[in-house]
Write a protein that binds this ligand. Sequence first.
Ligand code: TYM
Length: 333
Amino acid sequence: MDDKKILFSAIQPSGILTIGNYLGALQNFKKLQDDYNGIFAIADLHTLTVRQQPSVLRANVYQLAALYLACGIDVSKSILFAQSHVSAHAELAWILNTICYPGELSRMTQFKDKSKRHEDNINMGLMDYPVLMAADILLYQTELVPVGADQKQHLELSRDLAIRFNNLYGETFKVPEGYISKSSARIMSLADPTRKMSKSDANLNAFISMDDDKDTIIRKFKRAVTDSDNKIVVSPEKPGISNLLSIYCAFTGLTFEQAQEYFEGKGYGDFKIAVGEVVADKIDPIRLEKNKFLSDKQYLDSVLSEGANKAERLAYRTLNKVYKKVGLVLRNR
Ligand code: TYM
């Protein structure tokens, strides 16, 4: 690792990802990996906070590793690894638990949402989720965390815990900054544009999965909920059209003004097909590339194992520092 700043982010292997994950996270990871030392994790321990079928979770870990690579994460520049392979994550989470208060965790929006959705399994892990996320970030002396807007509250907690620990025990952690890109911070559902696009939506037409083929993508965009006037502009009164324009701009790199100008005078039907086409043109090759990586499990295992070795070295540097600061006796090796 050279002296560039550290960037850390992670994604849960909790099923097939959507273009929300791609635009809010993966696309930015690829862009930023030249300017930062990128560290990217598969947040498998986080996924356990919602009941999983073990064989499906295992398959999803490989799916996500392959997707990271297909989206352009270059392991000669960046570190890619599974969170559970570096036990320092769980260890630091324990220490951070001792300076975090239940009230801070019970008021987290995601905890409240997920408690509603999984009423039969409101476990301690679900509540402690943001502390493990803080451990992920702080272990690497991270300066930048690219995420979608839904993770902002968790990121704030990471910053608070870093500052609190530094105040209690002396300068230990860098205080991380979020990187939330404007046009793609919050991609909304195609069926209900007032809600976030989410892979756990029961309505399959509400999201575009990274595994959808071109026909499916275009069909889903054709069905996207819009409104009854025929103006293609960004406006709070037009959440459906605004969301489609955000998606179009995030995939083409155009500004809202440029896109609005381009679609002036066109009808919703043509507009929706145009959005579907730019999305499919980007997603289709990624899906094919991902499937290539998936067919070589041995390669994926070797990538994850090398990534974990590199991550572990960095993580234990911080963890040892933390253990010393809080008064634990370091094991003599
Ligand atoms: P996860 O797995 O839910 O989502 C992965 C990333 O995708 C972003 N995202 C979206 N962005 C825009 N629009 C959407 N509709 C949308 N849906 C999801 C998320 O904001 C996220 O960036 N807790 C994290 C994983 C995590 C993590 C970390 C992230 C664990 N440790 C440390 C950063 C740093 C999560 O559940 O993301």
